[in-house]
Write a protein that binds this ligand. Structure first.
Ligand SMILES: Cc1cc2nc3c(=O)[nH]c(=O)nc-3n(C[C@H](O)[C@H](O)[C@H](O)COP(=O)(O)O)c2cc1C
Length: 201
């Protein structure tokens, strides 16, 4: 089978893309609205791209009606956000915060979560998340204008919070303790429990 995106409806292209680019880590992102409301939503078009300075990128795409999601609108106004790792004990809550709710409703309240102030940015972080990265927007790169078009939010990590409980004691994070979850196509998610090690050649 071959798929030419230029001759295929966008929702179908989307389904194939998220089905083959797997698993995708999930950025669980807090932003602040102009009236100070905390917005929280998951984004699996996400990864880290360098360490000097530490850079992460995620993409709040345009909605299927072509409008901008609240996260993107907030970032265009106040270029600061916090990315939390999505972990197994919080998977259902992370999913719950993907609900499309009115801009005046905070997903933090919806999910019964508590936030604590960040150190270097104005959006707060989720208290129970074992990893939180405070970020400042470097650039937002839009690719396309219609439904599900990408908006690459390039953020510099200015403060990293890692809970002591997930450390490996050797200067890193123990994946067996952090237990991130990731997204595949459709409604599939996966755990990171099926681990194996390969030494670099
Ligand atoms: C696990 C998961 C991953 C998601 N990844 C993305 C993504 O990468 N980009 C996107 O635009 N929406 C993604 N969504 C949907 C958004 O979370 C959803 O549209 C949310 O309501 C956006 O919130 P906002 O309007 O408050 O910004 C994802 C949903 C889930 C459950």
């Amino acid at each position: 089978m071959q798929i030419d995106p230029s001759a295929t409806p966008v929702p179908e292209v989307y389904q194939y893309l998220v089905g083959v680019v797997t698993p995708r880590p999930i950025a669980w992102v807090t932003t602040l609205s102009p009236d100070g409301l905390v917005n929280l939503a998951p984004f699996s078009f996400f990864n880290a791209f360098g360490a000097n300075p530490p850079v992460v990128v995620f993409s709040p795409t345009l909605r299927r009606d072509g409008t901008k999601k609240d996260t993107l609108l907030n970032l265009e106004r106040l270029g600061e956000f916090v990315v939390h790792a999505a972990v197994a004990p919080l998977a259902e809550v992370v999913n719950l915060t993907s609900k499309e709710v009115a801009a005046e409703v905070s997903e933090v309240d919806l999910a019964g979560l508590t936030t604590v102030p960040s150190v270097k940015v104005r959006p707060p972080r989720v208290k129970d998340a074992p990893v939180a990265m405070e970020c400042v927007v470097r650039q937002i790169v839009s690719c396309g204008t219609g439904p599900i078009a990408a908006n690459l939010v390039i953020g510099e990590v200015v403060m990293l919070h890692v809970a002591d409980e997930v450390l490996d004691g050797k200067g890193g994070v123990d994946p067996r303790k952090l237990r991130t979850v990731a997204r595949l196509g459709g409604a599939f998610w996966c755990h990171t429990s099926d681990l194996f090690e390969l030494k670099r050649p």
